[in-house]
Design a binder for this molecule. Structure first.
Ligand code: CA
Length: 221
């Protein structure tokens, strides 16, 4: 469960830096530059983690966070706080944040903290995901089969990662779609079938099982 991330940041250059780094790491990313837009996205979508700047125009980050938690939205939230502002950290964590990074930050630290939050949220202690000889490493977005690197597109990667994170469970097509596409992406549910077909070609026909009328399942081989 580490596929779709919402970035809430009003400084365009920082938002872009975060979004680019996250996309490069294999995530689907939605970006909101103000509190109102962030709130719309948060209530419309399903996210696996949120990076939230606390200093936002309009509705501030802390108010957003408290609202989301009051509404029962539970995804892990990493807050970005001003340097040296200990009271922001305290208020943020009391408001329901799971972790924080102070500005200015190293992008590597943000990525590592997001990986850790998602790992914790999904109860996965190991960083690598395994199904037999198939290994997926979220730190590098790399997939190997019997030790050989398999090249996947970002959508193929997210489909596989989501199924491997929920190995043994049937994942419905609409759930899969929610986690592999950003909000502004043209979502065509037929493309999920295409991604699964390509994954089977690359990884072997039995890697992903189709459960008729319900969805897909990995890790039962
Ligand atoms: Ca700001």
């Amino acid at each position: 469960m580490y596929l779709r991330v919402l970035v809430v940041e009003d400084e365009a250059s920082i938002a872009k830096q975060l979004a680019n780094a996250l996309r490069e790491a294999g995530y689907a990313v939605d970006v909101a530059g103000d509190g109102r837009h962030a709130d719309e996205l948060a209530h419309a979508g399903v996210f696996d983690a949120v990076v939230l700047d606390l200093g936002l125009p309009g509705v501030d980050g802390l108010t957003l966070l408290r609202g989301w938690r009051a509404a029962g939205l539970r995804w892990p939230v990493l807050i970005l706080t001003a340097r040296g502002s200990w009271h922001e950290k305290v208020q943020g964590i009391d408001g329901g944040a799971d972790d924080y990074v102070s500005k200015p930050f190293r992008i590597e630290e943000v990525l590592a903290r997001i990986r850790a939050l998602i790992r914790r949220a999904s109860g996965t202690a190991h960083t690598e995901l395994r199904c037999g000889e198939l290994v997926l490493d979220p730190r590098t977005a790399r997939v190997t089969l019997a030790g050989e690197i398999v090249r996947l597109t970002s959508h193929e990667y997210r489909v596989l990662a989501y199924l491997m994170h929920h190995r043994g469970r049937v994942v419905g097509r609409s759930e899969l779609i929610e986690h592999i596409y950003a909000q502004d992406f043209d979502r065509d549910s037929n493309t999920v079938e295409v991604f699964v077909a390509r994954l089977r070609r690359k990884l072997g026909p039995r890697t992903i099982e189709t459960v008729r009328g319900l969805g897909y399942r990995a890790g039962t081989e």
